[in-house]
Design a protein around this ligand. Structure first.
Ligand code: G6P
Length: 617
């Protein structure tokens, strides 16, 4: 979603900003713009479309200044046009703003300004007007103070970044429920929506907390709370480098990230477990835990809350927690949770899963549960993200930066994280013998090698993609651990190929969806060996009997039988544990979607209308 970057104290500030916007592209956007502040003018260049439109425009009118701000916009209020692109400048031309989030009361704020012309249809522009008005009323105009006076009037979520002619080398930023990082290195001040934009300059960064405001200049950064008292942001050092955020020879980030999965899973499993010493019990470790284990032992219900791909990982987590820890689990779309009356109390554990840790629906749902004194465990990939900071415990997925909008390695590591939490809850509740835990952990360690074998199927999968690339409706079916993967397979295909795809529990087919099957329909069936395999075979026969072509994903132990019933069988290695099966079986579906999308000429890494980090409700 919208990306922000500001730089002050470099002669080539605008070049740095454009390079930063390039790194923020993955968040998803439909227009982009920059403003250069040289103390004489605020010079704005902004264009609808991809960054090339902006860089093309900048080539014709290079901007030289030591400070500026830039933005990639994902349209919410107002179409993705040049005039709605950020930055927005108020009528006197004194202040420019870029914004990520939604100002919910923008209409009443606009009305309060009287008869003023607005240059855009956005909610954000009003903030520039309000700050401009404040500056006009001040004897000694000060952007920082003006911004602080305006913030209490705003309702909604925002990270805001301002530059003003009065003090060109000072950038002012404010954060509330949308992420904002600040940094200072070698006499240059920076701010950005996420560290990806800054990793080329520094790894030492600070995440502002809600309500904080910062003044950034070449001399340093001052952070205060809303009242102006000095405040401490969350400081941390990023544990990956520029290399990890580059394509490294792959055509797309998505393909690189698919192939990084063996390593990502290995890293997620690393150092999780202390093997039992004679006379002591083995321990599983989360990364951070601020919940008393005795409280966890008394949990009687779990809610798993997440969005998109992370939700599908949570569905696998449910199976693991119920199976190993014996606690009932509900998995719920985070955006629905707080608008009903969920029964939550201190004995309810909420597991919030989010790659970015910045998805506003997931953060809001988790905080709704915390308000009712339920402990929250987060499974997050981004260290220091909002969700990770606010949760009572965190298991980081250690997948490294995920740049492609369509999530792949974050997903498989989230599943591994969910399995670990299932084992961990079993441990604190005394539900499993030490030898059992040790055995399962040892089996999970075999996943990376099995994943390498799955990735060897890439050539065969590309041929399948050639065959099926123009199928405009695909049905994915599965049961038990295959169902979340059927759902994830359908989501992946939709996200990057724009082809219609749906997933159903295989047993539900005869209650409606099978009516859609006709000769030539394509059904992808998740049919690994396991306790539901025989049922899957029956369901495959039912759709086949009605003329569907079936692409089945089987395992070494199920392939022979599947070959009698399916048009094509992809054979995966046997999973080291039935609940680890989804980590393997999702990979061919990621590759199918990737190849179908590239063969169809789609923009795989930045699919239309989608954003990597959804920071608005
Ligand atoms: C967006 C992304 C998805 C992602 C979802 C949840 O929709 O495009 O790939 O699964 O957000 O994101 P999170 O960062 O919370 O896992």
């Amino acid at each position: 979603m919208c990306g922000i970057i500001g730089i002050t104290g470099r002669d080539d500030a605008i070049d740095g900003i454009v390079a930063g916007l390039k790194r923020l592209e993955y968040r998803g956007y439909d227009s982009a713009g920059v403003v250069a502040n040289d103390g004489r003018d605020l010079r704005v260049v902004k264009r609808a479309g991809k960054l090339e439109q902006l860089t093309g425009a900048l080539a014709g009118q290079p901007l030289a200044s030591r400070a500026g701000i830039g933005h990639t916009r994902w349209a919410t209020h107002g179409a993705p046009t040049d005039r709605n692109a950020h930055p927005h400048v108020e009528p006197a031309g004194r202040v420019a703003v870029v914004h990520n989030g939604i100002i919910e009361n923008y209409q009443s704020l606009k009305a309060g300004l009287g008869d003023v012309r607005f240059a855009s249809d956005t909610d954000s522009e009003v903030v520039a007007h309000l700050v401009g008005r404040e500056l006009e009323t001040m004897d000694a105009p000060d952007l920082f103070d003006a911004v602080r006076r305006v913030l209490p009037q705003l309702r909604g979520a925002y990270s805001l970044c301002f530059t003003a002619l009065d003090d060109p080398e000072t950038i002012v930023v404010a954060k509330y429920e949308a992420p904002l990082i600040v940094a200072h290195a070698d006499g240059v001040g920076y701010c950005a929506s996420d560290v990806t934009a800054l990793i080329a300059y520094t790894r030492d960064v600070a995440a502002l907390r809600d309500g904080q405001v910062a003044r950034i200049s070449p001399d340093g950064i001052e952070v205060t709370d809303a009242e102006g008292a000095l405040a401490e942001p969350h400081r941390y050092t990023v544990n990956w480098d520029l290399d990890a955020a580059e394509k490294q020879g792959y055509d797309h980030f998505m393909l690189k990230e698919i192939f990084e999965q063996p390593q990502a899973v290995l890293d997620t499993l690393l150092d999780r477990y202390t093997a039992p010493e004679p006379g002591s019990s083995p321990r599983l470790h989360l990364d951070e835990l601020r919940i008393d284990e005795l409280d966890l032992a008394r949990i009687d219900k779990v809610f798993v809350l997440a969005c998109g791909t992370s939700l599908h990982a949570g569905m696998v987590g449910k199976l693991a927690i119920e199976h190993w820890a014996g606690i009932p689990v509900d998995v719920e779309v985070a955006s629905e949770f707080r608008y009903r009356d969920p029964i939550v109390d201190p004995h309810t554990l909420v597991i919030a899963i989010s790659q970015s840790g910045e998805t506003v629906d997931t953060i809001a749902a988790a905080s709704h549960a915390r308000d009712q004194r339920a402990p929250v465990l987060a499974i997050c990939n981004v260290v220091g993200s909002t969700l990770a900071r606010e949760a009572d415990g965190v298991l980081y997925t250690h997948a490294g930066p995920e740049v492609a909008v369509a999530s792949t390695k974050a997903f498989t590591t989230q599943i591994v994280g969910s399995l670990l939490i299932g084992l961990y809850l079993a441990q604190v509740r005394g539900r499993m013998y030490a030898t059992e835990t040790a055995d399962i952990i040892a089996r999970l360690q075999q996943i990376p090698t099995a994943l390498e074998r799955v990735l060897e199927l890439d050539g065969e999968i590309r041929e399948l993609a050639e065959r099926y690339k123009d199928t405009d409706y695909t049905m994915f079916i599965g049961r038990h651990a295959g169902l979340p993967i059927a759902m994830e397979g359908a989501l992946k295909l939709k996200e990057i190929s724009y082809l219609h795809a749906e997933a159903f529990p295989a047993g539900e087919m005869k209650h409606g969806p099978i009516a859609l099957i006709e000769p030539g329909s394509l059904v992808v069936a998740l049919a690994s060996a396991g306790h539901v395999f025989a049922k899957m075979v029956s369901n495959i026969q039912e759709v086949r009997a009605r003329g569907a072509s079936v692409l089945a994903l089987g395992t070494d132990g199920s392939t022979a039988e599947l070959k009698e019933h399916a048009d094509h069988v992809l054979t995966l290695p046997e999973a080291p544990h039935e609940l680890a099966g989804p980590v393997l079986s999702v990979v061919p579906l990621q590759l199918v979607s990737y190849h179908v999308a590239t063969l169809r000429g789609e923009d795989v890494d930045q699919p239309r209308n989608l954003a990597k980090t959804v920071t608005v409700e």
